[in-house]
Design a protein around this ligand. Structure first.
Ligand code: GSH
Length: 205
């Protein structure tokens, strides 16, 4: 198989899995858990020297960073419809992806860790609260943009929508309920058949 995706679907590997499902690319799914000690050793270190998932191997090109993997898959299969046709659209895809990675994900992660992921004794509710407070201004930016157009870039669903919706998977819990346009967009993204197929992989894992 030309494309390999490393990482269980209940990890950020969900992102390239969703992209591959959208694009209709056949792939081999290597279901490595993020707690698997083999992530920190050879040979996996040769695939992702960070010792984390996801990583992909696309016909010999090996990449890490989940959002870079989705950009790569979308860009190299423009016929799949996730990559805009024009230069302005390419730049806007990068803008929203970097926004997701730098403005949204660190805060969403801080909230998730201190409400859910860490063992209860290690959680600090004040850090969860602070993250939620800082996220509200970012979510207003998203909501105002989506009040003007149904997708983040251009007329159609693109990899920008996939990346931002995936990073903000728990939008409703993150204070998104007040952002009606963003919530409606989020529901549209997550109800796509490809997103549902990728979600089903979580159940299978
Ligand atoms: N920025 C990286 C983060 C990768 C990451 O932290 N992955 C988690 C799973 S979602 C992991 O493998 N954690 C294991 C560890 O940190 O040891 C990306 O988006 O790919």
């Amino acid at each position: 198989m030309a494309l390999k995706i490393y990482g269980i679907a209940a990890s950020r590997a969900f992102r390239p899995l969703w992209a591959a499902e959208e694009l209709g690319i056949p792939y081999e799914h290597v279901r490595l858990h993020y707690n698997d000690p083999s992530l920190k050793e050879a040979p996996f270190r040769g695939i992702n020297p960070n010792g984390t998932v996801p990583a992909i191997d696309d016909g010999g090109l090996v990449l890490f960073e989940s959002l870079a993997t989705t950009l790569h898959l979308a860009r190299t299969r423009p016929e799949g419809g996730l990559w805009p046709a024009d230069e302005a659209g390419h730049s806007q895809v990068l803008q929203w992806t970097l926004w997701a990675a730098t403005e949204a994900e660190p805060l969403a992660r801080q909230w998730f860790h201190h409400t859910t992921f860490l063992p209860p004794e290690a959680r600090r509710p004040e850090l969860a609260e602070a993250a939620l407070g800082q996220l509200q201004a970012r979510l207003r930016v998203l909501d105002e943009h989506l009040a003007r157009q149904p997708h983040l870039v251009g007329e159609h669903f693109t990899v920008a929508d996939l990346n931002v919706a995936a990073v903000l998977q728990r939008l409703a819990d993150l204070g998104g309920e007040a952002c009606h346009h963003a919530m409606a967009w989020h529901r549209r993204c997550w109800s796509r058949p490809a997103a549902q197929r990728a979600l089903a992989l979580r159940q299978a894992a």
